[in-house]
Design a protein around this ligand. Structure first.
Ligand code: 0RA
Length: 640
């Protein structure tokens, strides 16, 4: 009787365990986030997380991941090994409990097992349940212990299968994902794993993580002496940095705060936040703490150092984020995440601690390195100015309303057609050329906006200043799309936007400026194929009673040769500017759709102009050049 009772309670626990594993198989989404390729990779991360926990406890410094040709995966570490002694309540070896009970992984072992990553907190048992088969080998107490499972169920007891080498301890898990669960043509991606394991190595200083892919014979090893300082150096490897990496690592109330900061001359922000080695892509309290510490510290410093005047407003968060590369990595014994997927850290105390620790370290750095401090503040000033100018330009963008025509710029000679599919806007340099274009155009579908050539000369400094220019404001209102983040192609009032400038140096400067402007503030206009450059002729050739227009030097040379030139008989006129053409000539040569040539501007053209613009303006080119080249190649090349 007694024995029977005993047995039934044992069985009840047993049933509980098995029901747990069945639940995982029935609803994998709840435990590993689905059954797609992402979830498949999560299986590996879940197992690796357990080894990372050993490393965080200081008990392991080597983790190896092997993808076998049959897509089974081995994860091994040189940690203490999962305990194999009898679990007092479950009356089974601890190893079996860990492998078959949900949530048993990290909680097991008590105080020494401080920080638990665990992607979904379900531990390796969920991976076991979702595996066609799984085998664990534990080296501990001089022995090698072994157990095998199929779809989560042990196929036999924990057995000793050999002797471990002297002092060797560790855990080796091999699993083959269950194709009944993960359906379709799925397989592990080396590059995806590389990325995640590299991150894990960065935020777990001192650990070596090795990835071997036996399917392709590729192998990678990650070890970063400098921890997240190395991470920041890695992220900035192709950028121009403004100062050495600022690093701080401190434990407050059992929570480790590890942060590294470095500014570059780039525009983008590269900030990554980790909680217990998990990349929290939605951020959370650690990220908020880091950001507010940085903004506050820079404002305080800039005021103290007299770099912000009393009348200047404080830098906003956005102002202090351009060019910022930073890592914040916290290790928390009891992390609270927003959801199962663990992409946002919620613990409120983490924000306070992070802000304190980072603020103190960054402030000390700025005080001790005034030249770095000055560069950083200057970078923020530039961002603030650009943001201000962009906002002003956005503010003057008209909405599509009954007032539309009233708010159009006075200089615009609009067309009568309202269907943007059919309309064209000529942006013309100079008032005199503007006059010819206005008279020569077909006013039914062609609008003309003259721009004065002074823009470039008077505002030689920065594009954000150029945005404040009245001519450019007129252009923005005429187009009706808004600019920058607020750009909306559906507001475009003209299907073709045509830049028409003189074929001289000033003309080419204006063209460069306009292309740069469109590239930076209205890129979709270019990408969608709305921006063109007009091709006015260079020469007018009158011969007997014929007139020909010649568009290039080589065309001129060829034609003169063909005619067997005799200076007496031909009248060759070189156009120095559009203003020299009368309205009829301008129509015939440059504006008449049946005769003209238009160059469609590609993103590459505009990017080239952007580079030229920076050269003209004398600011640094190389960093953006890289950006543009990368992006330009993604876009189709559509020269007409
Ligand atoms: C519980 C307690 C101890 C270690 C582990 C679990 C452990 C789990 C995994 C999972 C993969 N590798 C692992 N290594 C260790 C501590 C046992 C002790 O104090 O010796």
């Amino acid at each position: 009787m007694l024995k029977g009772n005993h047995q039934s309670s044992y069985e009840a626990k047993d049933i509980q365990v098995l029901e747990g594993l069945e639940a995982v198989r029935r609803r994998p989404g709840m435990y590993v986030g689905g059954t797609d390729i992402k979830a498949l990779h999560h299986l590996i991360y879940e197992v690796v997380d357990n080894s990372i926990d050993e490393a965080l406890a200081g008990a392991c410094d080597r983790i190896e991941v092997i993808i076998h040709p049959d897509s089974s995966v081995t994860v091994s570490d040189n940690g203490r090994g999962i305990p194999v002694d009898l679990h007092p309540q479950m009356k089974k070896p601890a190893l079996e409990v860990v492998m078959t009970t949900l949530h048993a992984g990290g909680k097991f072992g008590g105080g020494s097992y401080k920080v638990s990553g665990g992607l979904h907190g379900v531990g390796v048992s969920a991976v076991n349940a979702l595996s066609e088969w799984c085998q664990v080998e534990v080296q501990r107490d001089g022995k090698v212990h072994f157990q095998r499972y199929e779809r989560g169920y042990p196929t036999g007891p924990v057995e000793v299968i050999g002797k471990a080498p002297a002092n060797a301890t560790g855990t080796k898990t091999t699993f083959k994902y269950d194709a009944e669960i993960f359906k379709g043509d799925l397989d592990y991606r080396f590059d995806t794993l590389t990325q995640r394991l590299r991150e894990m190595a960065f935020v777990t200083r001192g650990v070596t993580i090795i990835l071997k892919d036996e399917r392709s014979d590729r192998e990678m090893a990650f070890y970063f002496e400098g921890g997240i300082t190395s991470f920041v150096r890695y992220l900035n490897r192709n950028r121009t940095v403004l100062h050495p990496v600022v690093h701080v690592e401190k434990e407050v109330d059992g929570i480790t705060i590890d942060a590294a900061i470095q500014y570059t001359d780039a525009y983008a922000e590269s900030v990554y936040a980790f909680a217990n080695t998990i990349n929290t892509i939605d951020g959370g309290t650690h990220l908020t703490g880091l950001r507010s510490a940085i903004t506050r510290t820079i404002n305080d410093y800039a005021r103290r150092a007299g770099l912000l005047k009393e009348s200047d407003p404080n830098f906003t968060g956005d102002d202090t984020r351009e060019g910022l590369t930073a890592i914040i990595s916290v290790k928390h014994p009891d992390p609270q995440f927003e959801s199962q997927t663990k992409v946002k850290l919620m613990n409120p105390e983490v924000q306070t601690y992070t802000q304190q620790v980072v603020g103190e370290a960054f402030s000390t750095f700025l005080e001790e390195n005034p030249s770095a401090g000055k560069l950083i503040v200057q970078k923020c000033l530039t961002s603030a100015r650009a943001r201000d100018a962009a906002r002003k330009a956005r503010d003057l963008v008209i909405r599509k309303s009954a007032l539309e025509s009233l708010t159009l710029p006075g200089k615009l000679a609009d067309c009568s057609e309202r269907d943007p599919q059919k309309t064209e806007l000529y942006i013309v340099e100079g008032d005199s050329a503007g006059g010819s274009a206005k008279q020569g155009r077909d006013r039914h579908f062609q609008a003309v906006l003259p721009l004065r050539g002074k823009i470039l000369n008077t505002e030689r400094a920065r594009l954000d200043k150029i945005l404040a220019n009245n001519e450019v404001k007129a252009l923005i209102s005429a187009l009706g799309t808004g600019i920058g983040e607020g750009f909306d192609l559906s507001g475009l009032r003209y299907g073709r936007v045509i830049i028409m400038t003189d074929a001289d140096v000033d003309g080419s400067h204006i063209r460069t400026l306009l292309l740069t402007f469109f590239f930076r503030y209205m890129a979709p206009l270019i990408e969608d194929g709305h921006l063109y450059i007009a091709q006015p002729p260079l020469y007018r050739l009158a011969y007997k009673n014929q007139v020909r227009y010649l568009y290039t030097e080589s065309e001129k040379d060829r034609v003169l040769q063909e005619l067997g030139v005799d200076g007496e008989k031909v009248n060759l006129q070189r156009y120095k500017g559009l203003g020299e053409m009368n309205p009829d000539q301008l129509w015939e040569t440059t504006m008449d759709p049946s005769q003209r040539t238009l160059l469609l501007v590609t993103v590459e053209d505009a990017a080239e102009a952007d580079r030229t613009f920076d050269m003209l303006m004398g600011s640094e080119v190389p960093p953006r050049k890289r950006f543009i080249q990368t992006h330009a190649r993604e876009v189709r090349n559509l020269d007409i």
